[in-house]
Write a new protein. Structure first.
Length: 125
């Protein structure tokens, strides 16, 4: 019995951004500009492998009514009392949004491994 089907369209959706950052890095005249363009490319990878299951919401309550209201919520994970009327609450998310393509981050990592291995072994031989 077929339960689920995953359908997608394959495209180079990050090509323009990567090319732009690559050109910025080529044209860089100092280490700061080089570092910024490299960090921009790394952040693209980082955004693709984020795990939204680990996200939390933090609320600072400053009145007694807010403290009582937040303390009764079912998604409360933990809280820390700063003073009798100021409490920091940590909540898990009510709804989980899986809106980042983790498979794209995985593909970026695998392709970078291929590039690095190819560079290493061609240089070695």
């Amino acid at each position: 019995v077929l339960r689920r089907v995953l359908q997608f369209l394959q495209s180079a959706f990050l090509k323009d951004v990567i090319d732009f950052n690559h050109n910025l890095r080529k044209q860089a005249t100092n280490t700061f500009q080089t570092s910024i363009s490299k960090l921009l490319m790394n952040s693209i990878y980082g955004k693709r492998i984020e795990n939204p299951r680990t996200y939390n919401n933090v609320v600072i309550s400053v009145s007694e009514d807010e403290v009582l209201k937040n303390h009764q919520k079912p998604n409360l994970k933990q809280f820390a009392s700063i003073s009798p009327t100021v409490v920091i609450f940590q909540f898990s998310q009510r709804a989980l949004h899986l809106n980042e393509p983790v498979c794209a981050g995985f593909s970026i990592l695998e392709m970078s491994k291929i590039v690095m291995y190819t560079f290493f072994y061609k240089r070695k031989s």
